[in-house]
Design a protein around this ligand. Sequence first.
Ligand code: G16
Length: 542
Amino acid sequence: MIRTVPTAPYKDQKPGTSGLRKKVPVFAQENYAENFIQSIFDSLEGFEGKTLVIGGDGRYYNREVIQKALKMAAAAGFGKVMVGQGGILSTPAASNIIRKYGAFGGIILSASHNPGGPSEDFGIKYNIGNGGPAPEKITEAIFERSKIISEYKIADAPDIDLDMAGSFALAGMTVEVVDPVADYAELMESLFDFVAIRNLISGGFRIAVDSMGAVTGPYAKEIIEKRLGAPAGSVRNATPLPDFGGHHPDPNLVHAKELYDDVMSADGPDFGAASDGDGDRNMVVGKDMFVTPSDSLAIIAANAKCAPGYAKGIAGIARSMPTSAAADRVAEKLGLGIYETPTGWKYFGNLMDAGKVTVCGEESFGTGSDHVREKDGLWAILFWLNIIAARKEGVAEIVRKHWAEYGRNFYSRHDYEEVDTDAANGLMDALRGKLSSLPGQSFGDLKVEAADDFSYTDPIDGSISTRQGIRILFEGGSRVVFRLSGTGTSGATLRVYVERYEPDASRHGIETQAALADLIAVADEIAGIRTRTGRTGPTVIT
Ligand code: G16
């Protein structure tokens, strides 16, 4: 039986950079999740009888919302839902399933790299039939709908046992509980040279993969330990837990410090990598070398032909605007198209669908390709292992040779988390007010060449996105970018991205923060970060 339930709208269901993210107690309010899910369905057309994919990163509240979404999908008229066993699907695995089985779309339950637990974060996002995050015109329609919603529909039916694989009936709809790992592992095996990686590992190359108590554990166990033969225990924190075992599942130098320290220790592993809550982010470290995500994109693009799935070469590269221009130098040398988009993986979808780009990346520890339409943490880790196996060189050697060939883009991001929202908005508004007067001004040795608020016109569908980050570009190619995060759930997070290009190889060994010190000081001088936020320094430096 289908029940129609009256509801009142919430005013705060505006999706951010990647779906709706709020604290669990916000999602647990009466009808809050139901309103948002119904708003998604109300914004779509033509899904009757079609397939929807549902899965999440296993965080607290995942199972409860999956049961609601299943019953609401049945009430809305979907013919079938494919749901990951245990409610688990990493974001890239969900994208793959949507594509492989020609589903209409998918609902992914995750707040990505944000912590999980009863008072921590939860999230819902909708992905379209190409497997990628819904574009802005859909997320805006969902938000508009959420502001006026007055009822939702739900099937009155018992819960589905998510732990049992198989097909089940739910109010006239089929629910298929699927193995979350099998299709994804098969895809990875089709892209990379597993024989070469297996030989590398059996030859004594030691790897450590930290799943941070989050969704990639079962995927990494199957691929890294079972199929590639790494010794048991090579994958750490491999059981997805509702609170990620207390970890903040964000693979960066702060939250994956234990792994980093281990790889840097004398008898530690040769290669370390970590993934985030929902498996789309990655961090890669080698002995004596942390690979910045921007460099990772450039190096993967430059070495793409090492991997069988990319042996014919790549069509082009896309990066988000705040990501360093390291990839641009590779594109230039290889004669490839290069695209600069706003922050958010959703902007890459059209370019990949049109065959303009194969490889995409973001400074926020995201790298991926057109094998799916999400960034993909394990894909990046396997790509690195494949490159190492093919070149028979370690991470540090590969990175240093890359810099020697292309020059080094020194790069760092400074985050000021949980800043007062008014103070953060005030800082950005004041910067916007200064944009026209900055060009021509000098700050020590740095002269401003141009300053703007980045806007993007999608080359495929012509849609325009404005106010995507303030760029201050200095003569010689250095720059500082200011943005407010669109993924946080408390206060505002100010991100300051700092970059300097250094062609001279004799200067490539300088410590990153030292190489950027003058730009960091100028960023504060121009934006008044300390005065306006009351902070003496960033919360996180990556
Ligand atoms: C999401 C998006 C990414 C984006 C990142 C950072 O990542 O999918 O494309 O780069 O947020 O966004 P912001 O700077 O607005 O916080 P994830 O891993 O959280 O889904």
